[in-house]
Design a binder for this molecule. Structure first.
Ligand code: FE
Ligand code: FE
Ligand code: FE
Length: 195
């Protein structure tokens, strides 16, 4: 589609977002499967459901500007998901994998925040109030998701990986302490899951 007006440009952005959200819906289950920490798995699950609603909301945005819902492949989201996929296949310690997956998930949110922010501003500039309001709703959800992931990384995911690394260093240092360290580690995993 030739982009000749601000309105064409908004449609281009909406099609890109439509693709990005659909790519995310397909990627989240793969990412979720690799996560052992309850709170993080929960966050991914909830955002997966939210993302399905965001696709419905985009349908309403298209409707509000009298356009058909259409996707145009978002290469940025494709690339971000590809990087996450590489990490899933990299044979990392589970604790370290979760650290990098949170970063990958946050990059996906940041891309969406930038895209929804621009699309909303362009809808506003065009006086398309309903579209702008709908885009703002999703923008807020993406920001909240990013903040939640950030907090999880700080409170749980990063410390967990550091502790794990320390334990491993300890095990290498004193062979006799190994069985105990193993027990502690597995009991901590269980309690992390039970939370
Ligand atoms: Fe989204
Ligand atoms: Fe894109
Ligand atoms: Fe999102």
């Amino acid at each position: 589609m030739a982009i000749r007006s601000m309105h064409d440009l908004l449609l281009e952005e909406l099609r890109d977002l439509y693709s990005a959200e659909r790519l995310a819906v397909r990627a989240y289950p793969r990412i979720r499967k690799a996560i052992q920490t309850d709170a993080l798995r929960q966050a991914v699950e909830e955002h997966l459901e939210q993302t399905k609603e965001q696709i419905e909301r985009l349908n309403r945005v298209f409707e509000s500007v009298d356009a058909k819902s259409r996707a145009k492949t978002c290469h940025a989201m494709e690339g971000l998901i590809e990087e996450a996929q590489e990490h899933l296949e990299a044979d990392l310690e589970p604790e370290l994998l979760e650290v990098i997956l949170v970063a990958d998930l946050q990059k996906m949110e940041h891309y969406e925040i930038a895209s929804y922010g621009s699309a909303k501003a362009h809808a506003e500039a065009l006086g398309l109030t309903e579209a702008a309001e709908l885009l703002e709703e999703t923008l807020e959800e993406e920001k909240q998701t990013d903040a939640r992931l950030n907090q999880l990384a700080i409170d749980e995911i990063n410390p967990q990986a550091l502790e794990q690394a320390e334990e491993e260093a300890g095990e290498e240092g004193e062979e006799e302490a190994e069985p105990q360290a193993r027990r502690q580690r597995s009991s901590r995993r269980t309690s992390a899951r039970a939370r």
